[in-house]
Design a protein around this ligand. Structure first.
Ligand SMILES: *Cc1c(COP(=O)(O)O)cnc(C)c1O
Length: 412
């Protein structure tokens, strides 16, 4: 006889439980909520951030540089913490650039990507001395003007829209027609333009996609990215010193998903680093990661305001919801809504469960944090925790929608 069991969430083992309460950064949840002053809030655990970077370093070859893609979580204190742990920061706007510079990141190791960079942003990048991942012919001209006006070099890499896709990726950002980067077949002409304009060419940036939990798909994309970069290097106006092979490492959010196996990725990157040492001897290989660095280190915490039973179904109504955490509500790029891992952080030891839904205060049925989940019986005042919330949380949510108070953030 075969038993088919319902898929479950991967265990959230980063946060210990003491006396029935979840601990974040060594603090019991109720005490942390008092310290923050009000709910809802996001809390990020410094120890887990540090541990995660160490895990990634241990799994990947020492010669591969690890960058933090800060759009995943741009909280200034967190970026400060990360800037000391990683080899570089990837920014996606002049606003993020300011935070990275204030955090003490080395401008030499900051790179700037994005499909629509304003002229003023490109000038700021030149003034800051950071690397710009060029994504159009227009940017070359604007950078050349800024460099001439400021009397500074314009450091550039070419962001390539590859001629392949990252398979089984949550979000595809390369292959086919895309607004990101320059199509691989147009890159030789762009490289010639960069040479004519006298920009300081440093290398290539390839980013095929995001939130991938299949190591073999990532290995294939990195391998193809490396081969493409080798072909394009023949057209470059200067030796390749920087080769960003992207990232796309996913984390398990939904029932049935499992942590990405880093071992085959590490093996393949070691292979690539070896080939690069021979064929692109000046190049440092870079991997850029956002959520895989910070996603698991963060929780979103909100308070149960009310408990309602509607025709037999229990609703826990909280003070938090999609206006703070769009992704957990299922409205940030998911095709089919699934539950994030959710717990009652003040009743972690209780064994009895009830089937209930956790909703927010907004007047829309989309404001859903957990849909028909088995949770311990909770009452007003209890604290609901949404795990895997360290990335694409507060800054990826429509905070103004309905005019409720903003969520707070703390690094513990
Ligand atoms: C968003 C983005 C990342 C980070 O993606 P994660 O899934 O958070 O790792 C990295 N690089 C580029 C170019 C991006 O746009």
């Amino acid at each position: 006889m075969t038993r088919t069991s319902k898929p479950v969430h991967s265990p959230m083992s980063g946060f210990p439980v003491v006396d029935g309460q979840l601990q974040v950064g060594g603090l019991a949840l109720r005490q942390l909520a008092e310290r923050v002053g009000r709910t809802p809030f996001y809390a990020y655990d410094r120890g887990l951030l540090t541990r995660r970077v160490a895990e990634l370093r241990a799994a990947l070859p020492a010669t591969v540089k690890l960058h933090y893609a800060m759009k995943a979580n741009p909280m200034p204190a967190l970026v400060c913490h990360m800037a000391r742990l990683v080899d570089g920061i990837d920014v996606a706007s002049a606003g993020e650039l300011q935070v990275a510079l204030d955090a003490g990141a080395d401008p030499q190791e900051i790179s700037f990507a994005g499909p629509g960079k304003r002229d003023a942003e490109l000038a700021q990048a030149v003034a800051a001395g950071i690397l710009v991942n060029v994504e159009s012919f227009r940017e070359v001209g604007v950078l050349a003007q800024a460099a001439a006006r400021l009397g500074l070099p314009a450091r550039v890499a070419v962001r390539v829209n590859p001629d392949f896709e990252l398979k089984s990726s949550g979000m595809k950002m390369g292959g086919g027609p895309k607004q990101f980067g320059v199509d691989a077949e147009q890159v030789p002409a762009l490289l010639a333009e960069i040479g004519r304009a006298g920009l300081a060419f440093e290398g290539f940036h390839l980013f095929a996609g995001s939130q991938n939990l299949r190591a073999e798909a990532i290995v294939e994309a990195q391998q193809k990215s490396f081969e493409l970069a080798l072909r394009l290097a023949g057209h470059a106006p200067a030796p390749v010193r920087f080769l960003n092979l992207g990232g796309g490492f996913g984390i398990p959010y939904f029932p049935g998903e499992q942590a990405l196996d880093l071992a085959p990725i590490g093996d393949n990157l070691a292979h690539i680093a070896g080939a690069a040492a021979a064929q692109l001897p000046d190049a440092r290989i870079v991997i850029e990661l956002g959520r895989a660095r910070v996603g698991e280190a963060g929780v979103y915490v909100c308070r149960v305001l009310d408990r309602k039973v509607s025709r037999g179904h229990t609703y826990l109504v909280t003070d938090g919801g999609l206006h703070h955490h769009l992704a957990a509500s299922g409205n940030f790029g998911q095709v089919i809504r699934k539950n994030y891992p959710v717990a009652i952080g003040t009743r972690m030891d209780e064994t009895g469960h009830e089937d209930c839904s956790v909703v927010g205060p907004l007047c829309t049925p989309l404001d859903l944090l957990a849909d028909r989940m088995a949770l311990p019986h909770a009452e007003p005042g209890d604290l609901v925790v949404v795990f895997q919330s360290g990335a694409y949380g507060i800054t990826a949510s429509p905070a103004q929608f309905l005019g409720h108070p903003a969520a707070l953030e703390t690094l513990v």
